[in-house]
Design a protein around this ligand. Structure first.
Ligand code: ZN
Length: 464
């Protein structure tokens, strides 16, 4: 039985979906104004592991991840770039998906864009206004947090000292600034994206979209809501207030939050020079699967200290597992099976599941895999390993990798001459300054598991 630590109740609870065998799950997606950094992707990888494990357990998934394509930082970036909102966000959305694919993150069933859901947001504001949770000021619409009794329950915030009527207009703020937050911002600056609404011309505050879109695709009450710990306040606190304030029903049963990632022991920042995007690491020659492995090797509720040395260790661990799989595949054992090997397979699977069932304790689950490898290697050394054992072990590895998603297929579908030909085609496109085509070829190769690196000596390639 899967147990998850629920931020809302602060307890480890048995997970069961509200309805039938379907898990309705929402995860806050990227704000598309820049390339995703590894802190962002730690959360996305952990959500992917949860998603894959739920499928492993036999659940059907209805998983929604929004794309935030209008927000303070986006508007600043868009205005500075001189591009339209659509052009600007389309580019970063594409790059986000490329990075996600490289990290073998499965696509959620639905990926809604905020700007495509204005009617749902307006409808939600109207319901909140009718229920007495809002007021207008300077053309903007605010949520009055003192009108919602449960405000602060998720983050453990005490509302004492909150000044009635004190407001905050920005999309992100600290706990100390708990104030009435903006649902709809009146248009002020020239060139800002704007929509008309019953509350005047403006644009939605950031928090509104997640309530409107999650309820549209998952219903007014659903099973799991994920995100990074930095979203607990104010974002998720505000989502609860907006949703429950309108429906009067419990919004989400399980709140699942991924801890921060540190880099070399420090908070990641561009200033400190310890800020890494996924693409930078890949360009530096690290394999995406090693990045994924490192990100998921530490349980999601524990801070992860990301170190470049750790990436080397992750690569070694992965190579070791792949070599083990190859040895098993190529092992020329006799027919039949050995009861000891069959027991080891059964135990490894049970231990792996015990680790995962314990709030997705991936380090426990991985330990079970490595212990199994040691025992199976000894069995092969002693030639107590038959043809049926081989099938059982390969089946076990495939099952485990359906959750971890790090081993990949051994058989490569694309061969060297084809890769070289594609690189030559890309170089020709670049010489013709057809960068769009060049990027397409790069992305096509990436989806075949081939990573390109442009160096002064020419383009090099390697397999993921
Ligand atoms: Zn959200």
């Amino acid at each position: 039985m899967l147990k998850l630590r629920n931020t809302l109740t602060r307890a480890l609870e048995e997970f069961k979906p509200l309805q039938d065998n379907i898990v309705r799950m929402y995860a806050c997606g990227p704000t598309v104004y820049d390339y995703g950094h590894i802190g962002n992707f730690r959360t996305f990888v952990s959500v992917d592991v949860l998603r894959r494990y739920l499928k492993y357990l036999g659940y059907q998934l209805q998983h929604v991840m929004n794309i935030t394509d209008v927000e303070d930082k986006i508007i600043r970036g868009m205005l500075a770039s001189g591009k339209s909102l659509e052009e600007y966000t389309e580019y970063y959305t594409g790059e986000f998906l490329n990075d996600s694919d490289a990290l073998n993150i499965e696509r959620p069933e639905v990926m809604p864009f905020a700007t495509k859901h204005l009617p749902q947001m307006i409808d939600l504001m109207e319901r909140l206004a009718a229920a007495g949770h809002t007021y207008q000021s300077d053309g903007s619409l605010y949520f009055s947090i003192s009108s919602f009794e449960g405000y602060g329950r998720l983050s453990g915030l005490k509302l004492e000292g909150n000044v009635a009527g004190a407001r905050v207009d920005v999309d992100e703020y600290e706990k100390a600034d708990a104030r009435d937050f903006v649902l709809w911002k009146a248009s002020k600056e020239e060139g800002e994206p704007r929509w008309s609404s019953p509350f005047g011309e403006g644009r939605p505050g950031w928090h509104l979209e997640c309530s409107a879109m999650s309820m549209k695709y998952l219903g007014e009450s659903f099973d799991i809501h994920c995100g990074g710990v930095d979203l607990i306040f104010p974002h998720h606190e505000n989502e609860i207030a907006q949703s429950e304030g309108a429906t009067g029903k419990p919004f989400v049963r399980f709140w699942v939050h991924t801890e921060f990632l540190l880099v070399e022991g420090e908070k990641m920042s561009k200033k400190k020079g310890n800020y890494y995007t996924v693409r930078q690491l890949i360009e530096q020659g690290h394999s995406p699967m090693a990045i994924r492995y490192l990100l998921l090797s530490v349980p999601y509720r524990t801070q992860l200290n990301f170190m470049l040395d750790g990436l080397k260790g992750a690569q070694t661990a992965l190579d070791g597992l792949r070599n083990f799989r190859r040895r098993v595949r190529e092992f020329g054992g006799t027919a039949g099976s050995h009861s000891r090997m069959q027991e080891l397979v059964t135990r490894a699977l049970a231990d792996f599941e015990a680790g995962m069932n314990d709030d997705l304790n991936t380090s426990k689950a991985l330990a079970a895999v490595f212990e199994f490898r040691r025992d199976a290697n000894s069995a092969m050394d002693a030639r107590e390993f038959g043809a049926e054992d081989k099938d059982a072990v390969l089946g076990l590895l495939a099952k485990i990798d359906s959750v971890l998603g790090v081993l990949g297929e051994e058989e490569q579908s694309i061969f060297e001459p084809e890769i070289e030909a594609r690189i030559e085609e890309r170089n020709a496109a670049r010489r013709n300054r057809d960068f769009k085509r060049a990027d397409e070829i790069r992305n096509e190769l990436a989806s075949d598991g081939i990573i390109l690196e442009d160096t002064p000596q020419g383009t090099k390639w390697k397999r993921k």
